[in-house]
Design a binder for this molecule. Structure first.
Ligand code: 4NP
Length: 170
């Protein structure tokens, strides 16, 4: 899958997806937003996150994700978990799964109703090391959340740089 072209007449819409929308995808959302803001590109993107499961809908991000974000000067505490909706497949341009299980679940949804969004695993598009799945830190210690933070910080930055660079050359 290649990155879809950035929209020119409206913001490009990006959705980060994990299982519960409380650990990984809220961090991905917060970090991608920060990279976009640091480049002054806020007007160019709508950025959100969701979970393939709905068990945590309405909840704030997990304590471990809030804590690691705070240690790095990022506040994600105002986010609220929600489940992916079929309408998201139409509303978003790019949906980025945290792991291949999330990707499979999203692709199953897309088969039920083929739609506009391109769907891929974040680490397939913007790899940082050998890993292609963002490990699930749920139930793990602070170090696991730090690892996920580092991985997502580097990957979302790389994604943005590649995307903006590609569009400049189109
Ligand atoms: P996330 O982590 O998908 O990164 O938000 C999880 C959160 C909750 C559960 C599993 C993973 N859970 O089983 O409730």
């Amino acid at each position: 899958m290649h990155l879809p072209p950035l929209a020119t007449d409206r913001p490009t819409r990006v959705l980060f997806v994990c299982l519960g929308n409380i650990c990984r995808s809220p961090l991905a959302e917060g970090l991608f937003k920060r990279h976009v803001t640091q480049k002054g590109l806020e007007q160019g993107f709508v950025i959100d996150s969701a979970g393939t499961g709905g068990w945590h809908a309405g909840e704030a991000p997990h304590r471990g994700s809030r804590a690691v974000a705070r240690r790095h000067g990022l506040d994600i505490s105002d986010q609220q978990a929600r489940q992916v909706r079929l309408a998201d497949l139409e509303a978003f341009d790019l949906i980025l799964a945290m792991d291949h299980r999330n990707l499979n679940d999203l692709q199953a949804l897309q088969q039920a109703r083929p739609a506009h969004a391109k769907i891929a695993c974040l680490l397939d598009l913007a790899p940082v090391d050998h890993r292609r799945d963002v490990p699930d830190p749920y139930g793990q210690d602070d170090e696991a959340f730090e690892d996920v933070y580092r991985l997502l910080d580097l990957s979302t930055q790389q994604l943005l740089e590649e995307w903006v660079g590609l569009s400049a050359h189109r």
